[in-house]
Design a protein around this ligand. Structure first.
Ligand code: UDP
Length: 240
């Protein structure tokens, strides 16, 4: 059943791992990125303003490198640079599909991306371009989930679409407990009380404080990005 969510602007969070083919040596699979670009194109053709925040976990995670002895802040900058590579791959695939797209980086890298300028990003979205936010927040000790929460807040987005490898938020780990049930809707408060992990705590509280709903859904099902936008019953919506 279609229930109009009346969203105008959304932030799509793509994890770095979503761009990798499992078991492959390559950090980025051009075929997978192309497939994701087609899904985004379909969603974009509904007239939705779409901003994208890409992760970098297919290359590097600052916390893991730090646990193995590297200085955390430096490791995090390496992770932010990794997201720029992913952003360029996503931009290239979107443009190949005829979807106009710009990349804005939170760490200045003017030969490959525009700098992050909030008002410019907003204008580009209004004009129908997809805007990919690269380099996270530009600061270490944050995640790209937090970046999605921050950009969604400052861009006045109606929701974050968190594309994942699972089809929503469960009341227990579905891999360990076959009885685990998926929520269609769940409140921020319940997530905290029941310790349901949707995003890291910084990202989660930012969404909660700024009243940004999070839609958690499975990216690997064809048509899901569009369905999440128009309000078809997929995944889990976390809201007030
Ligand atoms: N990162 C950071 N600040 C940010 C966003 C990301 O330092 O604002 C670093 C951090 O080291 C992180 C890495 O970039 O581990 C990759 O981002 P993330 O782990 O969020 O990627 P994902 O899990 O979504 O692929």
């Amino acid at each position: 059943s279609k229930t109009d969510r009346s969203f105008k602007r959304v932030v799509l969070k793509l994890s770095g791992e979503a761009l990798r083919e499992s078991g492959s040596q390559d950090n980025i699979s051009p075929e997978i990125v192309e497939r994701i670009a087609c899904e985004i194109k379909a969603a974009h053709s509904t007239g939705m303003e779409i901003a994208i925040v890409v992760g970098g976990g297919n290359f590097w995670r600052g916390a893991s490198a730090s646990a193995r002895g590297m200085d955390r802040a430096t490791a995090d900058y390496v992770g932010m640079l990794a997201t720029v590579m992913n952003a360029l791959a996503v931009q290239s695939a979107l443009e190949a599909e005829g979807v106009p797209c710009i990349v804005q980086s939170a760490i200045e890298m003017k030969n490959v991306a525009e700098p992050f300028i909030r008002r410019k990003a907003s204008r580009q979205l209004k004009e129908g371009r997809v805007v990919v936010f690269a380099a996270g927040t530009g600061s270490p000790f944050f995640s790209t989930d937090t970046t999605a929460a921050l950009r969604a807040s400052e861009m006045g987005a109606d929701a974050i679409l968190k594309a994942t490898m699972v089809d929503g938020v469960y009341d227990a780990d579905p891999k360990k407990n076959p009885e685990a049930k998926r929520f269609n809707k769940v409140s921020f408060q319940t997530c905290i009380v029941e310790q349901l992990k949707v995003m890291d705590s910084t990202a989660f509280t930012l969404c909660m404080d700024n009243d940004i709903p999070i839609i958690v859904f499975d990216l690997n099902v064809h048509g899901n990005i569009t369905k999440a936008i128009v309000g078809q019953d997929i995944g889990t919506i976390v809201s007030k």
